[in-house]
Design a protein around this ligand. Structure first.
Ligand code: ATP
Ligand code: MG
Length: 418
């Protein structure tokens, strides 16, 4: 992408109405636009990050037999009444409205009920199970607070997956596979080391649900971790019973602030009973389907990554989610320089390397500041000086100094075969 053509612009002004660092940086870099508190639009560069995260999640969900679909935002009241979850006293974050004829509708904040209702049409026999489905969907939630930037939106993108199994054994196998898939997701986006599978409240039979909590100062949760044993407990279940079950002592645990980037939940057959979701087993007996639900907050994850990978100059995206791998700075209008920069841009792009090509008529300092603010992993400078020397100036976003390298060295570093 040529920056001379990109409609968004960066700004040095920190938005006065934003206290969250993630939103400040993302707005300044032109990645998001604030519509109102807790409601953000994703602009071209921000959307690229969202899509990169989604691609990683999609690959990992497909690898464990997830099938992608997309459910609706408008939800009928009757469906949610079956499980008592239409009631505002039970679910306090509903946005509700009505059709012209007065029929009440709710805006999807989660999709267990509609998924079950839809799956009932397709599942009747044990032969139809297991069936695991997922979606990337914009959830609408009337959250009371929204001071964490994109980490807590009133409108946000979630990956939600639902598993339908014949029994607890089949359910457990998928549940365990999902834990591993989630670990791969968080590794791939660069926060694996700091993300803990955390015991939390809820979950049928098992007493616990599992949250994926990432250590993060800007997070809204508090967890207690044992780094050596890789154990984490949410404060809501931090009691004697839990501790002895996990074989740890209270004073061995470290209290940290964290953000819930994902969670997984075993419903057992409770919801299937409420909604009459059954199948016929091998002996012809009618049974209730075992259900699980598995969320990842895609846009919250983006916010957490922005919080964790940033410095006083701006964002520092991990390569796997960055909107581009290379920020190419052209520092002169001279034909030779333009030619070399165009050539490199074309070559990298043709090799599948994402490039933001700064071909604008701006001072060097402004271009460098934008490269840093946008957090692109590598900056390559082409100037009168580098062309004269037959070299390229290369700097990693996370490094302090630049290096002068040959074309071969440059391509090698960027993973392009010469
Ligand atoms: P929280 O306790 O943070 O409100 P939750 O328990 O309501 O989260 P779920 O309903 O299980 O979360 O949603 C699945 C995932 O979606 C969460 O793990 C989180 O990553 C993300 N998420 C939940 N609420 C929001 C929100 N308001 N904005 C952005 N992401 C969210
Ligand atoms: Mg919530």
């Amino acid at each position: 992408m040529r920056l001379s053509k990109l409609f968004t612009k960066t700004t040095r002004n920190v938005p006065a109405d934003e206290t969250a660092r993630n939103a400040q940086l993302l707005i300044q870099a032109g990645f998001i636009h604030k519509e109102m508190a807790g409601v953000y639009a994703y602009l071209p560069l921000g959307l690229m990050v969202v899509e990169n995260i989604k691609s990683i999640v999609r690959e990992e969900m497909n690898a464990i037999t997830g099938q992608e679909l997309i459910m609706t935002s408008l939800q009928p009241k009757e469906l949610w009444e079956k499980t008592s979850r239409w009631d505002d006293k039970v679910v306090d974050i509903w946005f509700k409205s009505e059709l012209k004829n007065g029929t009440p509708v709710g805006f999807g904040w989660s999709h267990e009920e509609p998924i079950v209702n839809m799956m009932k049409q397709f599942v009747s026999s044990y032969k139809d199970l297991p069936a695991n489905v997922y979606q990337f969907q914009t959830k609408l939630r009337n959250e009371v607070r929204s001071k964490s930037g994109i980490m807590r939106g009133r409108e946000f993108v979630m990956k939600d997956m639902y598993s339908c199994s014949i029994d607890s054994e089949q359910h457990e196998a998928f549940y365990a596979a999902t834990i591993e898939a989630y670990k791969r997701v968080f590794d791939r986006v660069g926060i694996g080391q700091e993300t803990y599978v955390t015991f939390a409240s809820g979950g049928a039979f098992t007493q616990f649900s599992h949250e994926f909590q990432t250590i993060c100062e800007a997070g809204e949760d508090v967890i207690y971790i044992h780094r050596g044993k890789n154990i984490a407990v949410n404060e809501e279940v931090l009691d004697e019973a839990t501790l002895s079950k996990l074989g740890v002592k209270r004073d061995e645990l470290e209290e940290v602030k964290s953000a819930e980037v994902g969670n997984i939940f075993n419903f057992g057959i409770q919801k299937s009973e409420d909604m009459d979701f059954t199948f016929t087993d091998e002996s012809g007996e009618k049974k209730f389907v075992h259900l699980g639900s598995y969320g990842i907050g895609i846009t919250r994850l983006m916010g957490v990554i922005a919080e964790k990978f940033s410095d006083d100059k701006g964002l520092v995206w991990p390569e796997s989610v960055a909107p581009a791998k290379v920020y190419l700075v052209r520092l002169s209008d001279r034909d030779e320089v333009v030619k070399q920069a165009d050539e490199l841009y074309n070559r990298l792009t043709a090799s599948g390397v994402g490039v933001l090509y700064d071909d604008r008529e701006l001072r060097a300092g402004e271009k460098f500041a934008d490269a840093d603010l946008m957090g692109i992993p590598y900056r390559v400078v082409i100037s009168d000086k580098t062309v004269a020397a037959g070299k390229y100036e290369l700097k990693a976003r996370s490094a302090n100094d630049s290096q002068s390298v040959s074309l071969d060295q440059l391509l090698k570093t960027l993973g392009v075969s010469a």
